[in-house]
Design a protein around this ligand. Sequence first.
Ligand code: SF4
Ligand code: SF4
Ligand code: SF4
Length: 380
Amino acid sequence: MSQKDKEKRSPAELAFLIIFYPAILGFYCIYKYPYWFVAEGTSLQCFHVFGKSPGFWYATVYTLLVAGTCLWVLIGNRNSYQRSRKKGPLSSYQKAKFLSILLSQTIAFYLIPFVLPALRQQGGFFNDPGRLSTKAAHVYVYPAFQSIGLAVYMFLVIPVAVWFFGKRYCSWFCSCGNLAEAVGVLPWGSRWVRLHTPRGETAKRLEVIQSWVLAFAVFFGIMLFLDGLKILTAPSFIFALQSSQDFLIDFLFGSIVGLGAYPILGTRIWCRYGCPMAKGMQWFGFLTRGRFAVVPNEKCRGLNLCTEACPMGIDVASYAHRDRKPIEVAFGMETVCIGCGGCIDACPAGALAFASIKDGRWAIVSKPLSHPTENQATPR
Ligand code: SF4
Ligand code: SF4
Ligand code: SF4
């Protein structure tokens, strides 16, 4: 089969895409801007199905997809990152990651926000109040300037976690990341990651967009903070900032592109180019030289399968070999790496592993697929 044939989408996949795009566009328009469809002031319960809000049904489908995939991966115990037909067993790292995704998605992002409060609401479980969606997700950073709890989370808890674990928050816990990780190991999803994730110098240079999103988020947060203290009051300016944030970043980028890009640009476009919290984590880890890195060893054979497996478009192989000759470096927070471990589990030579600083050296902390070794590579 030629490369072109391999890249062709099957009729089933094309049929899925024909349904997928109108569905996500329609859903997000109704979910975030219901008054585009009904007169301002109309009860939003007109969008409910069986008494439950669109947000509830979306979270239900989302969680079923994530949880179902996690169970499929865990019970099947197959290394879905491997390209060979005969797959090895799941590594202990991937088992722990998919268990964490399963639990965080079902408990923290479904039962606690969507099921438990509804059990106690007036009129019973199937009687959601008609509410506008909250667009102020914590990953947009600016809400941390309005709440002490979120400020502690954003400026203390997250940096400490990044120091020790890198951006594993994105691959082990975050709700957006949970879907990306789950879809990334499904048969279509792994093809989308492998064939469509933007790679190369231009794609890397465009990561600067995320710095601009972070700069906007911090500026907006400071404006809200000053407004809250009555040091600055400019309601129309703040309204303009809020409207831009809600429409451009939350609706267009975070939602429509964030999900819609999966089949055409891989699963992590929002995480790589949009999410301001991710850029903040990356800068913090880089500037403080956090203890997280991926290191190659001398077993690298230059197969490049690691690069193809990376959902963040990192040229992993360039850190592992030059002209098929292994090179010894470590890479971590100077890249957009989210610690998903896909490259490590995709490498048939067992040439990659996670490492942490121990006694001034990078020491392997996760098992490569074969023989764990002490590595003396230095960060570059
Ligand atoms: S990059 Fe942002 S949205 Fe994506 S997984 Fe990380 S924190 Fe979540
Ligand atoms: S690290 Fe593994 S997958 Fe990547 S180039 Fe080397 S041998 Fe190939
Ligand atoms: S470099 Fe490896 S661990 Fe990091 S994001 Fe890419 S595949 Fe995941």
